[in-house]
Structures are given as structure tokens and as C-alpha cells.
Ligand binder design. Structure first.
Ligand code: GCO
Length: 264
């Protein structure tokens, strides 16, 4: 089998929320597989420039674009600019996301809507405008970053789980409508990973830390680099006949109801 199946040389990959965490790890994987990286950030130009410098320090071809993925006018403008300045987008990774940990009964409607807007509506906005070029070229890859919360709930993350559950079904519907154009749309569902997003529930002996280690058959938190293989796979020719699937990278947590804490 030729290893060129996984070669992304000559491809351009746009990763939203690519300035840190899982987005940066996945982008580095795509870059080291040969893709040119277009990194979206929203918080600050300084943070975006710092991230682009990190990619370039690893010998990767990377460009940064600061825009709000929930703002359709900004999305349209920046996709046009990217396709003029860098080139046609072959791979879109909808990774940008937020979480607000609040019990549903206490959650403000504005906060609930904001989580859905970033985590569910923005992948729709981004994909709606990137897919036009992919359809014209009859080729493309869209990868939506779902979550194990696309399948399971947890106290205090109701808005996030609703968004990620919706993103799972949006992924299937994108696949339904766009696969006929040789565009594959799939999702990645990370389990619990050691990132800035999970730092508040992981560090300084937080009880959740031991819970996750006990609950995960692999017995550890995920390392962001654990996602590089699957994102290269879903971005490459190797997955050309796979569409509408969510690949869970979770150390086995979704496979089991777990075990009593006093059992090895
Ligand atoms: C939480 C975590 C999770 C993980 C991840 C799991 O508070 O439960 O933040 O949401 O981040 O999404 O797949």
C-alpha cells in the first residue's frame, strides 16, 4: 500500500481555533503531512501571530487570519481573501469551540445561545461558504470536531453537549448533501484531553481528574498529539469513501460503563 494515501502535499487546510490546544495539535499533524496551514484565531492578533510563529518554527507553511467564525460577513470576506492570497481551501477543520460549565437550571439563555452559536452554528457558516469552492472543484474534506459529549451528557455541560450532539447530526447531513460532489464530511470526537479547556477540571488534584483516569480504559487523559493520526486520515485520500462518520478518540471511555472504584 502506498504511503502517499496519507500525503497532504499541495493541499491547503483551514483550521478554525488553531492558535492553541487540540486545534494546534491537529494543525501540526496536517502540516507535517504536507499541508499548507491557514490558521484562524479570534482572540487577538498577538496570539495569532505567536501561533503562526510556532508553526513556522517547526518548518511548517502557515498563515494566520483573525476573524469571528460566528459572523457570516467576516467569514465570507476572509474566505475570499484566503482563497486569493493562499489558494483554494481543500480541507476545512471546524475546531473553534467554547464551553460554559453551568447547571442548566442556572444557565442564562444568552449563554446557552452563545455556546450553540460558536460550537454548532459556526461550523455551518464556515462550511456553507467553503463548500462552494469544493463543489466547483469536485473535491474537498470537511472535518467537524465533535466530542464524546456528542454521545453522553455530564452535569453542567448541557449547552456544550447539545451543541456537540447537533454537530454530530449536522456532520451526517453535510455528508448526505455533499458527498455526491466527492466531498467527504466526517467528525472527530475527542474524549478527555489535557488542554487549556480542561485545565480547570484536571489540575491541582481536582476530583474529576481521578474520575476520568478511572473511567477511561486507557487509564489516562488524552494528549493532543493523539489526534494527529485521525485528522491526517480524514483529510487524506485514505478516507475517500468514508463520509458521515464520527471517529471517537477517547481511550475507550465510550466503550464501557466503567468499573467500581475499588476494582483494578
Ligand atoms: C467537560 C470537558 C469535556 C471535554 C470534551 C470531552 O467539562 O466535561 O470539558 O467537555 O472537553 O469535550 O469530549
Amino acid at each position: 500500500m502506498s504511503i502517499t494515501l496519507f500525503d497532504l502535499t499541495g493541499k491547503i487546510a483551514l483550521i478554525t481555533g488553531g492558535t492553541s490546544g487540540l486545534g494546534m495539535a491537529m494543525a501540526k499533524g496536517l502540516g507535517h503531512a504536507g499541508a499548507t496551514l491557514v490558521i484562524n484565531g479570534v482572540s487577538s492578533k498577538a496570539k495569532l501571530d505567536q501561533a503562526v510563529a510556532i508553526y513556522r518554527s517547526e518548518g511548517l507553511k502557515a498563515f494566520g487570519y483573525l476573524f469571528d467564525v460566528t459572523n457570516e460577513a467576516e467569514v465570507i470576506q476572509n474566505i475570499n481573501t484566503i482563497e486569493t492570497e493562499v489558494g483554494a481551501i481543500d480541507i476545512l477543520v471546524n475546531n473553534a469551540g467554547i464551553i460554559k460549565r453551568t447547571p442548566l437550571q442556572e444557565m442564562k439563555v444568552d449563554d446557552f445561545e452563545h455556546v450553540l452559536k460558536v460550537d454548532l452554528v459556526s461550523p455551518f457558516i464556515m462550511s456553507k461558504h467553503v463548500v462552494k469552492g469544493m463543489i466547483a472543484r469536485r473535491e474537498g474534506k470537511i472535518i467537524n470536531i465533535c466530542s464524546m459529549m456528542s454521545e453522553l451528557g455530564r452535569d453542567s455541560v448541557g449547552a456544550y453537549a447539545a451543541a456537540k450532539g447537533g454537530l454530530k447530526m449536522l456532520t451526517k447531513n453535510m455528508a448526505t448533501e455533499w458527498s455526491k460532489h466527492n466531498i467527504q464530511v466526517n467528525g472527530i470526537g475527542p474524549g478527555y484531553f489535557a488542554t487549556p479547556q480542561t485545565a480547570p477540571i484536571r489540575e491541582d488534584g481536582h476530583p474529576f481528574n481521578n474520575f476520568i483516569i478511572d473511567r477511561t480504559p486507557a487509564g489516562r487523559w488524552g494528549n493532543p498529539d493523539d489526534l494527529q493520526g485521525v485528522v491526517i486520515f480524514l483529510a487524506s485520500k485514505a478516507s475517500r469513501f468514508i463520509s458521515g462518520q464520527i471517529v471517537y478518540v477517547d481511550g475507550g471511555i465510550l466503550a464501557t460503563i466503567g468499573k467500581p472504584s475499588n476494582e483494578d
